[in-house]
Design a binder for this molecule. Structure first.
Ligand SMILES: NC(=O)c1ccc[n+]([C@@H]2O[C@H](COP(=O)([O-])OP(=O)(O)OC[C@H]3O[C@@H](n4cnc5c(N)ncnc54)[C@H](OP(=O)(O)O)[C@@H]3O)[C@@H](O)[C@H]2O)c1
Length: 254
């Protein structure tokens, strides 16, 4: 899907106020897409919209189901049909066992999973009705298998893989394509809090270029950096007991 056509394609990007979403908004705008940028931080969105004439701010909270339905209506009224949506908004809340903070799980599920569902709810019928469109869901390599401190975050990202792959099968007959995006470590406000080593970390601009390339090629699974994602997928083929011991041991900070 490329915007180099007679009429520029419209892409809706959630989580556009910082990190990967902001960089992707800039990247896709530079490639000719009309970008509808969503997040809660209105000031950051306005600053982003000021950087390019084809980036438009549509503030909203993805945990607000009726708010997302109204927002999609507004975007389509103002900019025309959404050709592609990148459901990228998410939060990263590491666990700190043996303290068990159930609220941390609730918040992770509400934003990463429930929020994505709230965006899909208006999009799927609209795109299916038109018989075209692409929905891209930002999961993570953390969704491939369990990782330390990732019981809440990783669970949401694994669920998004399952959701997105099922959706891809069900929507294919309706002309709607689904892409799953699995970044490794990307330098953003979300990872700035990490004190542990983050192998193969890349910049948000680099991540945005890789995502945009994958989307323009129509890839179903956009995972990067390749070395890290292949390594994780490979060790995920191990017997599960061995996987848990190996990854737990390799990342132990004791
Ligand atoms: N950075 C990494 O290493 C990495 C790796 C794998 C996957 N990812 C995934 O990539 C996505 C973007 O992460 P990032 O690293 O770029 O983090 P980030 O800089 O913290 O950006 C997160 C974005 O999500 C938005 N957001 C959070 N809660 C929201 C809500 N309730 N409603 C609407 N927007 C909301 C934030 O905007 P507001 O606060 O303004 O609402 C912000 O724009 C996430 O899904 C993350 O899990 C990141």
């Amino acid at each position: 899907m490329t915007a180099q056509t007679a009429k520029p394609l419209c892409v809706w990007i959630t989580g556009a106020s910082s990190g990967i979403g902001a960089a992707l908004s800039t990247e896709l705008a530079a490639r000719g897409f009309v970008v509808a940028a969503t997040a809660r931080n209105e000031k950051a969105l306005a600053e982003l919209a000021d950087t390019a004439a084809n980036i438009h701010a549509f503030a909203g909270d993805i945990t607000d189901r009726s708010g997302m339905a109204a927002l999609v209506d507004t975007i389509e009224r103002d900019l025309g049909p959404i050709d592609m949506a990148v459901l990228n908004a998410g939060i990263y809340l590491p666990t700190n066992f043996p303290e068990f903070d159930a609220d941390l799980f609730d918040r992770s599920f509400a934003v990463n999973l429930g929020g994505t569902v709230n965006c899909l709810a208006p999009l799927v019928p609209l795109m299916s009705g038109r018989g075209r469109g692409r929905i891209a869901i930002v999961s993570s390599v953390a969704g491939y298998g369990g990782l330390p401190t990732s019981a809440a975050y990783g669970a949401t990202k694994a669920a998004l893989f399952n959701l997105g792959e099922s959706l891809a099968m069900d929507l294919a007959a309706h002309g709607v394509k689904v892409s799953m995006i699995a970044p490794g470590f990307v330098r953003t406000p979300a990872t700035d809090v990490n004190t542990f080593p983050m192998p193969f970390i890349i910049s948000a601009d680099d991540a945005a270029r890789r995502i945009a390339n994958g989307l323009e090629k129509g890839q179903a699974h956009i995972a990067f950096p390749k070395r890290f994602s292949y390594l994780l997928r490979l060790i995920n083929l191990l017997p599960r007991g061995l996987y848990t011991r190996l990854v737990g041991g390799a990342t132990s900070r004791n």
